[in-house]
Every structure is written in structure tokens, then in C-alpha cells.
Design a protein. Structure first.
Length: 511
């Protein structure tokens, strides 16, 4: 196995980078008040996946207030041009997730009836491959959106909320639906009301399958979703609820499940029955007894019980505090002050969980400003930040090359097996193995750019390279780099090595 030093082309600077990255050294100069460009760059890096020339120019044109207003209330965006062509060729669920899952179930039931065991195995493998391809292309789409969308804050919050309401693609059914879960339940509500987001996740098949609420029925209670709903999604584990509250909530959630059979127009259903896509609330599976939840009596009446408890949970002070602290962990530091979290929670409660209002307040605080440039990027933030420095007029299109570094760094898309999601703490992403994987990622972008654009057999004859020592670097990035980093860059033997050194710099590891 090659040493880290060899991976970076023989330049002796490992000690410098370990000191800067893992001894909590700030990655950028602390900007004085007159250093507007450095301050703006640090601010932009924190509220986006990574600053690039286009976004920096837009910030300079609009100013922070107007730029942030656009980010908090983004215009609808659809990929066009070269990126639109790449996304259009992805093997996503078509014509819709619901239709694909229904057709997949029809094929599965048909394949189960095949007498020949070899043919039955072949049919099953085809189904598994189709689901896997949809999952992989859905994950690739997420990265492409993060890299190219002008609505950077929306994409950052899409990742945050998916991680908060995490679903793992561990089964064939979930592989076929997890990307749709992100695109349909998370992204549209990422900058909306928390209450709407909470219900959107509850009603999505991916969540119901993942936490087994499709199996939760009267006299056959399954507590999995109820427990995570209070522990991970809303109140938090330390909020003082009891095991009886979890049991009562599980009863309230009975009947909320998935129906993958095609809808039957004209068929009569019992009062209170709900069918929305694949989501189904079936009164025949619901426990209609009265329940005691968090000291309140919930009258047994069907789906309205679920609406009532979502109202309770989304407006509870413990939820406001829990969500505010996670947002502060994401955007400020591993240890935000109690005052900051409390002030954010007050905004959350006063605005009925309005996510943009909470973020707008957070970004206005001195604690946020003082933290700029000091928070270690997690693998996804680091990787997407590198990709955002690439030429925007040529869309990256090689799925395997783009997605593999995330796996190597331990943060594969839709890859966290447990419902608590990936850690938001910097300490979780420190260590020599993590650093080595990041150096490999930097080398891929800086020295093997063509692998992101074309198939492996075409790479050798392509001759496609990039030069990151461009106008944006010289006029925006270079003035913010530490002297030690500039000394390392000056030792580069060629442009490709220079690219990798820049992308491996401590300043690139932080935001």
C-alpha cells in the first residue's frame, strides 16, 4: 500500500497538514473587518457546499442580505444544458417511484411462480439489479444537485434533513424508494415548516418500510417507528417521555402503512380510509381506543390522532431545542452555546417551526460569524466542495468515480445503516485513515480529472486536464491561504500536482 506521502507525489508536507487538520488549527486566516473578500468567502463556504467563482460573484453583486434571502426562499431549479443531459440519462424510477415499485412487485410475484428454479433465480437477480441501479443513480443525482444547483442552502438542508430522518437502503424495496424519499419527501420541505416535513416523512413508503410501521396494526403492535419518532426525529432521548408514551404512540400510528397494489377507482372503502400514492391509512388496522400520550388524552378517531400527535411533537419545546442544537452543530460548532441554542429554539417556537426563520436568525449571530473557517468538513462536505471548483460548463458524468470517494471516506450516500444518521461532530471524521482517503480524493480531482468525465477505457487517450491556478484562485482563494500552504504549493513539480496540493490544503478541509 502506498504511503500518504507517495500518494501526493513525494512532497514532504504531511506533518503540516496533520497539525492543521487534526490539532484543530483554523483553516483560513481570521479576516479583519476590512478583509471583506476573505470574510465573504468564509461566510459563503459555511452556507453552501463550497464556494466557487459563480456563487462568489453573485454574493459580491447582491451582498449578504439579498444573497441569503434568495437562498432561504430559492426559485425552482431544474438541471439544464450538459447537466440536464446527464441527469436525463440516469436510471431513475420512471414514470414515477410508485409506478416502478408497483411494476416491480408484479414482476416479483410473477417470478415466484416460475417453476424452473434457475429461471426463477435469474428473474430475481434482474429485479435486484434494477433496484440497485435506481438507488445508485438516485445517490448520484443527489451529488450532482449538490455540486451544480444554485440553491446551495436548499441542498445543504436536504442532506441535513435526510440525515436527520435517515433511511438505509438495506433491502431491495428500500433501494427502489430511498432516492425518491429524498427527492419527494425531503427536498420540497427542506426550507419549509418542520411540521410539514415531519408528516411528509411519516407518509413515505421508505420510512414506513425502514422502521416497520407497515407491520404495525391493532393487536400486533410494532414500536420501532414510534420510538424513533420521539427519540431521533422530535423530542430527543433526554426529553422525559416514558416507555408507556412510546407504546401509546405506537398504537396511535397503527394503520399507517404501505399498499403497493394499484389504486381501485370506484371501490368503496371504510370511513376514514386514506390512500395517497403508496401510503395507506387503513382503519381496519388501527387501534381506536383512547390513548394517553405525554400527559394528554388522545381520543381514538383514526388518522386525525396522527395529525394531533404530529402537532404536539412539532411544537414541543424539547423538539425546538433538539432541532436547534443539531442545526447549530451543523452550521456552527460541535459545542454551541446554550444561549445560541435557546435563542434558536425560541424562534422555532414563535414561528411554528419555520426552518428559514431559524436559519436566518442563526446566520445573524456573532457566534456563527466567529466560528467561520473553524469547523472541519465532513467527507460529503469536503468531496462536494472539491467538485464545485471544477469547470461548471462540463458536467461530471461517471457515477462510479464520483461516488467511490464517499465510500472510501466512510460517508456513502444513503449508506448509514442506523436511523440516527451520520455524525455531525468533527471528532467523528478525524484520523489518519480519513486523511489518507481525502488525499486520494484530492488526487483524483487534481490529477485524474478525466476519470470524472469519461469511461476508464477513454481516459488514457483523452489528455483532458484542469488548471485550478485560475482567476478565481489568484483573486479570491490565494489571499486567504496561510503562508505555510503557499510554501507547499510553490514546491509542486507540475500543474497536476499543484492541483492536488491545493485540494489537500488545510483550508480545504475546513469551512
Amino acid at each position: 500500500m502506498k504511503s500518504i506521502r507517495a500518494r501526493l507525489g513525494g512532497v514532504v508536507y504531511l506533518g503540516l497538514f496533520i497539525a492543521a487538520v487534526f490539532l484543530n488549527a483554523p483553516a483560513v486566516h481570521a479576516a479583519s473587518p476590512e478583509q471583506t473578500s476573505a470574510s465573504d468567502l468564509a461566510w459563503l463556504k459555511r452556507i453552501s457546499w463550497g464556494a466557487n467563482a459563480a456563487d462568489y460573484q453573485q454574493l459580491q453583486k447582491l451582498g449578504r442580505s439579498a444573497y441569503l434571502a434568495q437562498q432561504l426562499k430559492p426559485a425552482e431549479w431544474h438541471p439544464g444544458g450538459p447537466l440536464g443531459a446527464v441527469v436525463g440519462q440516469l436510471n431513475l424510477a420512471k414514470p414515477s417511484c410508485d409506478a416502478f415499485i408497483q411494476s416491480r412487485e408484479l414482476l416479483r410475484s410473477t417470478s415466484n411462480k416460475i417453476d424452473n428454479p434457475n429461471e426463477r433465480v435469474k428473474a430475481t437477480r434482474v429485479l435486484s439489479k434494477d433496484s440497485y441501479e435506481i438507488y445508485q443513480d438516485g445517490a448520484f443525482r443527489s451529488v450532482l444537485y449538490a455540486v451544480y444547483s444554485p440553491n446551495q442552502l436548499q441542498e445543504m438542508m436536504t442532506w441535513f434533513w435526510f440525515n436527520h430522518f435517515n433511511v438505509y437502503q438495506g433491502t431491495a424495496a428500500l433501494r427502489a424508494s430511498v432516492a425518491c424519499y429524498e427527492h419527494e419527501a425531503i427536498r420540497p420541505h427542506a426550507l419549509g415548516k418542520f411540521r410539514d416535513l415531519l408528516e411528509a416523512t411519516l407518509r413515505h413508503p421508505a420510512m414506513l418500510w425502514y422502521l416497520n410501521n407497515d407491520k404495525n396494526a391493532v393487536k400486533r403492535i410494532n414500536e420501532n417507528y414510534a420510538r424513533e419518532l420521539v427519540e431521533l426525529h422530535t423530542l430527543s432521548v433526554d426529553a422525559g417521555y416514558t416507555q408507556q408514551d412510546v407504546q401509546e404512540l405506537a398504537k396511535i400510528l397503527t394503520g399507517a402503512g404501505v399498499n403497493i397494489r394499484p389504486a381501485e377507482p370506484g371501490k368503496s372503502f371504510p370511513s376514514g380510509y386514506i390512500r395517497d400514492g403508496l401510503f395507506e391509512f387503513n382503519p381496519a388496522r388501527h387501534d381506536f381506543s383512547n390513548k394517553q400520550f405525554l400527559g394528554r388524552t388522545i381520543q381514538g378517531r383514526g388518522y386525525d390522532e396522527i395529525r394531533e400527535v404530529l402537532d404536539i411533537l412539532s411544537t414541543h419545546p424539547a423538539t425546538a431545542t433538539f432541532i436547534s442544537k443539531k442545526l447549530a452543530n451543523y452550521f456552527v460548532s460541535d459545542s454551541p452555546s446554550d444561549k445560541l441554542v435557546g435563542d434558536m429554539a425560541n424562534v422555532f417556537l414563535k414561528t411554528d417551526g419555520d426552518i428559514p426563520a431559524v436559519l436566518n436568525f442563526l446566520f445573524s449571530t456573532e457566534e456563527f460569524n466567529q466560528s467561520l473557517g473553524k469547523k472541519l468538513r465532513n467527507p460529503y462536505q469536503y468531496w462536494v466542495g472539491l467538485l464545485r471548483l471544477l469547470p461548471p460548463d462540463v458536467a461530471i458524468n461517471q457515477r462510479a468515480a464520483v461516488m467511490k470517494p464517499l465510500e472510501n471516506m466512510g460517508q456513502a450516500m444513503f449508506g448509514m445503516t442506523t436511523p440516527d444518521g451520520y455524525s455531525l461532530m468533527s471528532a467523528a471524521w478525524q484520523g489518519s485513515g480519513q486523511l489518507a482517503a481525502r488525499f486520494d480524493a484530492a488526487k483524483l480531482v487534481g490529477q485524474q480529472y478525466s476519470r470524472l468525465l469519461m469511461s476508464p477505457r477513454d481516459v488514457a487517450k483523452s489528455g483532458v486536464e484542469i488548471n485550478l491556478n485560475n482567476h478565481y484562485y489568484q483573486n479570491v482563494l490565494q489571499p486567504t491561504l496561510n503562508p505555510a500552504t503557499l510554501q507547499v504549493l510553490a514546491k509542486a513539480k507540475n500543474q497536476r500536482q499543484w492541483n492536488s496540493l491545493l485540494l489537500s490544503a488545510p483550508e480545504m478541509m475546513y469551512r
